[in-house]
Design a protein around this ligand. Structure first.
Ligand SMILES: [Cu+2]
Length: 511
């Protein structure tokens, strides 16, 4: 009999519920609505080898609550975005269009693409009315990844407006497993976010600002408030993304229904893991399979975060599904670390405006570290907050899929043995990860509480081919970006409020 894990693994005293600024979720005061399932993006054209897409960042309006529509932003949609599904090995070409009133970037969180331009961090702005071309060919395991805006120091605000969408990576191995694959029917994205609605059902990022992360009391799932989903298959695969700026999600079902986690951020797990509880920190993903065998038409099953219902599942007739999940889902070959390779130390420290990475705030023009491509290196990532008043920092590295090796020298959690790109680090903890870059470029690494990254808990590394001269990339600078934002918003740069800038100024630091 396989072990069924019944806890969230993370340190309870570090949960966001203990934050001074914690905003508990409240039961949504809105009529139940069908869960929005974002459409799959259709290519503009496609051959056996290549696919061409258009991706537009746009403004819109969305009926989220009764009454006034909410002003929202999205990708190829008024809010959040259509879902990309890329096949490994295909040459992908994307035209990035910006129809917003201000600059943005298009960051592929979890895709193995070159940095810093294709990766879409702060160095790759697309200005309003402009478009850019990118292309890449993926060589990575099947995964649930995502796309979000990343224009420092306004990443958090743009994601809050709605610039986040799911990006699915398929490969032949995953497509041939006996697991649900029917997108929208039994393969369901769940983008978990939270918002506060102000007057006329509008969002007000500045009013809600908290340097330790912006939260709201209303859960929003795939851009739906108080959603229900009609279950018409016995087994449903959920691709769950913590797309919130700050909120941790502690998920469990009614009846303590068991479920099976099959994937983490960047790949399938080597073996499926049976759970009744699952905690996700910001930007983490999990794919789970829920078997509704024990229910009959008319029953309902509820998904909770802590004790607040966030999605209702209405059970309908379904055909029996006796497919058996294999005991092994993915071979993971950890790259060998040479004994001569030093361990890289990364320290996340501080709270509120004082957040820092390795004692410094982020500087776009500074390369903080280098690592040759193809070389596997241990990174010891520490969170120096103390448990008393500390918090879990979700640590993310662009441009790589890492393995979690240990937590304070002990075993990683049972559900983090697959490839990941984001890992929650408890206060006082050092998490050892194994990092290898396969593509050259400049990549950011940071806390994914998005207000912490905007506030400077971020650095960047250059990966390089040791057999070639070190390339010099044109790096963006904060002066250029903030001047552009000020012009686009029609305000004086000296009086413009930007969340990240605020943190630097309060610490008496220049960006
Ligand atoms: Cu943080």
């Amino acid at each position: 009999m396989a072990t069924v894990y019944q806890d969230y693994f993370f340190d309870e005293p570090a949960y966001n519920t203990h934050d001074g600024g914690y905003i508990p979720l409240e039961v949504a005061d809105a009529p139940a609505q069908p869960l929005a399932i974002p459409a799959l993006v259709q290519p503009d054209s496609e051959t056996d080898t290549d696919a061409y897409y258009t991706l537009t960042a746009q403004k819109g309006e969305t009926q989220l609550l009764p009454g006034a529509k909410t002003k929202t932003w999205g990708y190829n949609a008024p809010l959040l975005g259509t879902t990309f599904a890329f096949k490994v090995g295909k040459h992908i070409h994307i035209t990035l269009k910006n129809e917003l009133d201000e600059l943005t970037t298009f960051h592929w969180h979890g895709l193995a693409v070159s940095g810093p331009y294709v990766d879409g961090g702060c160095h790759a702005p697309v200005y309003p009315g402009e478009s850019k071309q990118i292309d890449f060919t993926l060589d990575q395991p099947a995964a649930t990844t995502w796309l979000h805006a990343h224009p420092c120091p306004s990443t958090a605000e743009q994601v809050w407006h709605g610039l986040a969408a799911m990006v699915i990576v398929h490969d032949d191995h995953e497509l041939n497993l006996p697991i649900p694959h029917d997108y929208g029917v039994d393969d369901i994205p769940l983008v978990l976010q939270d918002r506060r609605f102000h007057e006329d059902n509008q969002w007000d990022y500045h009013a809600d600002y908290d340097p330790d992360g912006v939260q709201g009391p209303t859960a929003m799932i795939n851009g739906t408030i108080n959603p229900y989903f009609d279950v018409t298959r016995q087994k449903i695969r959920f691709r769950i993304l913590d797309g919130a700026n700050r909120r941790e999600w502690r998920l469990h079902f009614s009846d303590d229904l068991e479920f099976t986690q099959i994937a983490s951020d960047s790949s399938l797990l080597p073996e499926p893991v049976q759970l009744t509880h699952l905690m996700l920190t910001c930007a983490e993903r999990a794919e789970i399979i829920v078997d509704f065998k024990g229910y009959k038409p008319g029953d309902t099953v509820t998904l909770y975060s802590d004790d607040v219902p966030i999605v209702t599942f209405k059970i309908h007739e379904f055909a029996a599904d006796d497919r058996v999940l294999p005991d092994h889902l993915l071979e993971i070959h950890a790259p060998k670390v040479l004994p001569t390779t030093p361990v890289r130390k990364v320290v996340m420290s501080g709270m509120d405006e004082a957040v820092a990475l390795d004692g410094k705030k982020f500087n776009m023009q500074r390369i903080d570290a280098t690592q040759p491509i193809g070389l596997a290196q241990y990174w010891d990532v520490s969170n120096t907050n103390t448990m008393h008043g500390g918090m879990v920092h979700p640590f993310h590295v662009h441009g790589t899929q890492f393995l979690v090796i240990s937590r304070n020298g002990g075993a990683p959690y049972p559900n983090e043995h697959g490839y990941k790109d984001t890992v929650g680090v408890n206060p006082g903890e050092t998490v050892r990860i194994l990092v290898r870059f396969d593509l050259p470029g400049v990549y950011m690494y940071h806390c994914h509480i998005i207000e912490h990254e905007d506030g400077g808990m971020m650095a960047q590394i250059q990966s390089y081919d040791p057999n070639r001269p070190m390339p010099k990339y044109k790096l963006m600078d904060m002066g250029t970006l903030t001047k552009a934002f000020a012009e686009e918003r029609g305000v004086d740069p000296k009086t413009m409020w930007m969340a990240g800038m605020d943190s630097y100024m309060k610490m008496g630091m220049k960006m």
